[in-house]
Ligand binder design. Structure first.
Ligand code: PGA
Length: 252
C-alpha cells in the first residue's frame, strides 16, 4: 500500500507565505511512490492552488470543514467550497480542535461523512491525552473516537478515510510515541475498523501516525508494520525540511 505523508501547517502562513512555501517545495526532489498532501489554512487555499497550478503533487488539503452544504453558518466552510480549490483531502477532529474549540466525536463523524459525500478524503485524527493514558483509558478513548467517526462512512473507494493516530501528549512536544507503542494503538484502530466495516478492511484502511515526526525519525514509523505514513506539524513548516521528511520516508 502507498504510504501517506501529510503536512499540517496549523495556523501558520497566510496567502503570501503559503505561495512562497509551495514554490520552494515544488523545486525539491520528491519521491514518487508516496502520497504527499499539504493541509493549509483555509485563507491560503487560493494562493497555494495558484502556486501549484495543475500540479497534483503535493495534493492540496484543508484542516477543517463544516458538515452542511450551505446556509446560515457564520464563519464555516462547506466541502463543496473546498472542492473549488481542488482540495482532495481534509483533516477532521485534530486534537487542537477537539480540545481547544470543543469539537465532539459526533461533530467529527458528521464532518467526515460530509467530506466523503462531496468527494474529499477525510483524515480523521484520534488520540488520547496524557491524563487518559496515565489512567489506563487510552484504548477506550481511541476506540470511541474511531467508532463515532467512521460509522457513517463508506469503507473504500477513491475517498476512503485515512485515520491518524495522534496521541495528544506527543503533538508539538518533541516527545514522539515510540513506533512500537504507536503500532499497538494502530492495531486497536484496525480492530474497530474490522468490527464496523468488516474484517477485510482491517488491513486495507490506511492508519498513519502523528506527533513530533521529523526528518530523523520518520523512517522508523513508516517502516513499522501497520503504520502507513505520518501527519507532520512543526517539521512541515520549512519546505526544505518537509522535503527531507518525504525523502527519508521512501527508501531510495
Ligand atoms: P507535530 O504536530 O508534528 O508538530 O507534533 C503534528 C500534528 O499536530 O498533526
Amino acid at each position: 500500500m502507498r504510504k501517506v505523508l501529510i503536512a499540517n501547517w496549523k495556523m501558520y502562513y497566510g496567502p503570501v507565505k503559503a505561495g512562497a512555501w509551495v514554490r520552494a517545495f515544488r523545486r525539491e526532489r520528491l519521491p514518487k511512490d508516496i502520497d504527499i498532501s499539504i493541509a493549509v489554512p483555509a485563507v491560503s487555499l487560493a494562493a497555494a492552488r495558484a502556486s501549484l497550478g495543475r500540479a497534483t503533487i503535493p495534493a492540496l488539503a484543508a484542516q477543517n470543514v463544516f458538515w452542511e452544504k450551505e446556509g446560515a453558518y457564520t464563519g464555516e466552510i462547506s466541502p463543496s467550497m473546498l472542492l473549488e480549490f481542488g482540495v482532495s483531502v481534509c483533516i477532521v477532529g485534530h486534537s487542537e480542535r477537539r480540545h481547544i474549540v470543543g469539537e465532539t466525536d459526533e461533530m467529527v463523524g458528521k464532518k467526515a461523512a460530509a467530506l466523503q459525500r462531496a468527494g474529499i478524503a477525510p483524515v480523521i485524527c484520534v488520540g488520547e491525552t496524557e491524563a487518559q493514558r496515565k489512567k489506563g483509558q487510552a484504548t477506550k478513548v481511541v476506540r470511541a473516537q474511531v467508532e463515532a467517526a467512521i460509522k457513517d462512512l463508506k469503507p473504500d473507494g477513491k475517498f476512503a478515510a485515512i485515520i491518524a493516530y495522534e496521541p495528544v501528549w506527543a503533538i508539538g512536544t518533541g516527545k514522539p510515541c515510540r513506533p512500537t507503542d504507536a503500532k499497538e494503538m494502530h492495531d486497536v484502530i484496525r480492530d474497530v475498523v474490522a468490527k464496523i466495516w468488516g474484517a477485510r478492511y482491517r488491513d486495507d484502511v490506511r492508519v498513519i501516525y502523528g506527533g513530533s515526526v521529523n526528518e530523523r525519525n520518520v523512517t522508523e514509523y513508516v517502516t513499522t508494520t501497520g503504520i502507513d505514513g505520518a501527519l507532520v506539524g512543526s517539521a512541515s513548516l520549512d519546505p526544505r525540511i518537509f522535503a527531507l521528511v518525504c525523502r527519508a520516508a521512501v527508501p531510495a
